[in-house]
Ligand binder design. Structure first.
Ligand SMILES: [Zn+2]
Ligand SMILES: [Zn+2]
Length: 266
């Protein structure tokens, strides 16, 4: 069986309120060796921490403030909450970053909240989970600066240019692909980006409940379906899915400092 690690799932989302534990078991049955549950807000981080506590060794959690909510980011209050969740075992800061597509928060506020969370990552020596959309120049500048300060992280759900991926890789960062790579709209340029990422810097993710891969597009996504993304990324790279699944699991474990207990993970 192809195994994989879902490096980015929003299992705290209300979309999973009725069957969260069943979704986790489905993932395990489909070959998952673990799931990183993303806290995209302080409240979501708290829920993610509780979930991880109930599924130790299989679910881990992160905590941060999403760029959509950057206008409400309050460094004394939210920084303290992020540090507290880190002390309680969060494996990364985030997701945080820049989203100039939706612009739900003013860009200057997005940069301020992102910079503050990068500083916390540096202070606590934690990796960062970064969301970036239509904000390439500012993302590149901030990731390169963070990389120079020994901060590491991942550009999640990557849909950017080869240039942004290369800059992040040069800064020591990782690049993660979601079910978007199975969509008809994913073009040849995207495949080139999939191929340029070294095998030891590549991650895969569901970004569930969003972005269900084909043939489940439009449905509520779940971590089990990362297997479809693994198959697509492996095909583009011309490698065996089981090899790619094992490599990306090891990469996630290295980046986030996870010890994967499942025997058949490699
Ligand atoms: Zn995101
Ligand atoms: Zn996310």
């Amino acid at each position: 069986m192809t195994t994989f690690l879902d490096s980015h799932a929003h299992l705290s989302d209300p979309a999973f309120d009725t069957d969260r534990d069943a979704v986790i078991e489905n993932a395990r049955a489909a070959g998952a060796v673990g799931i990183v549950c993303i806290g995209e807000s302080i409240a979501a981080g708290e829920r993610a921490a509780a979930l991880a506590g109930r599924h130790r060794g299989f679910v881990w959690f992160t905590a941060g403030v999403h760029p959509h909510d950057a206008a409400e980011f309050d460094e004394p209050r939210d920084g303290a909450a992020i540090r507290d969740l880190a002390m309680r075992g969060s494996v990364a800061i985030g997701e945080c970053g820049l989203d100039y597509h939706y612009d739900h928060s003013p860009r200057v506020m997005q940069r301020r909240a992102f910079a503050a969370q990068l500083a916390i990552a540096r202070e606590l020596d934690r990796p960062v989970v970064v969301h970036t959309r239509e904000a390439e120049d500012d993302t590149r500048a901030m990731v390169v600066e963070a990389g120079a300060a020994a901060v590491r992280g991942v550009l999640h759900c990557f849909t950017g240019t080869a240039g942004l991926a290369e800059a992040a890789l040069a800064a020591g960062w990782y690049v993660s692909f979601s079910g978007i790579v199975t969509f008809k709209t994913w073009g040849g340029d995207g495949d080139d980006v999939i191929r340029l990422v070294p095998a030891d810097r590549l991650l895969v993710e569901s970004d569930s409940p969003y972005l269900a891969p084909v043939p489940n597009r439009g449905r509520r996504n779940e971590p089990a379906w990362v297997s479809l993304t693994v198959a697509r990324v492996a095909a583009v790279r011309g490698v065996d899915p089981s090899t790619l699944g094992a490599e990306t699991s090891r990469n996630a474990a290295r980046l986030f400092g996870l010890s994967i207990s499942r025997e058949n993970h490699s």
